[in-house]
Design a protein around this ligand. Sequence first.
Ligand code: SF4
Length: 347
Amino acid sequence: MGTEALLYQALAEGKARCGVCRRRCIIGDGERGYCQTRINQGGKLYSLIYGEVASVSINPIEKKPVFHFLPGSRWLSLGTLGCNFRCPGCQNWELSHAEVGRGGTSFLSAEQLVQLAKQHHCLGISWTFNEPTIWFEYTLDGAKLAKEQGLYTNYVTNGYITPEALDSIGPYLDVFRVDVKGFSHEAYHKLADIGDFTGILESTKRAKEKWGMHVEVVTNVTPGYNDDEEQLRGTASWIRQELGEWTPWHVTRFYPHLKLRHLEPTPVAVLERAVRMAHQEGLHYAYLGNILGHPMENTYCHQCGSLLIQRYGFDVRQYNIEGTNCRYCKARIPGTFAQRAQTMIKS
Ligand code: SF4
């Protein structure tokens, strides 16, 4: 039957309202929620995917992408099946659109997860590949244990988490790597099958302000969907105003997948324009992603303009931050850089 869910409310006639993501599905007896991972059995809600891991690997944190939190460090990355969004161009559709409960997963307890991360000398655990809130109960147990064992924790998320779920896991999460897919209800409707995207912005702000998480934002720029001025400038401007000028923003290249196979990859010029727009809006650390070796994937000091981190794919090739400061002009670089010398995979 699964593990009884957290954060649900029993309703009349045996129904239950899930409180984990902002869809807040009302689920009848014997039925599942939108994500297919939560089932109502006799008026109680159960998770069908507690500890059911569909993919696990060890990656540098650059792969998430996260650029200002322990660059070059090893993280255990894992995901399950299902998702609370239905993105037509999802690059992980084989996991996120898979049928839940028909195999394709292996059980890994929260204790085993933390042991595995330590065995492989990882600095942290990333819940990634599909939306971590759908296996909220497992991520909560895993994050608590990870913190007890001195590991860092990262949600790679679409940000559609409810305030109550975020407040439950907030004390145990260090990094909130959130997608802001666009800046209009229309764009979000087309890209994620949700109506009101403003809750994503609220949760992101809450992660930073209430829980002090390190936040980095990603926008995968999809031709014809979110590559216009309103979406890109709107997102950059919102980040600047609500998360602050030091927040990293990654604009990444879309590659055709699933129902958007007919589209071309995002033109490089569109991504470069988005990075320039971010600078015009006052963001100091805007990055272009998914294009191997592009100079806009590097980190340059906001004060003196020197090359601080040179990247090639997920590798860090040059590193010119000493402690937390620019090696050249000594400006403090925003983010978490301490301990990096012990954490590098490569340099
Ligand atoms: S986590 Fe799943 S069941 Fe719960 S509200 Fe979101 S989509 Fe619905």
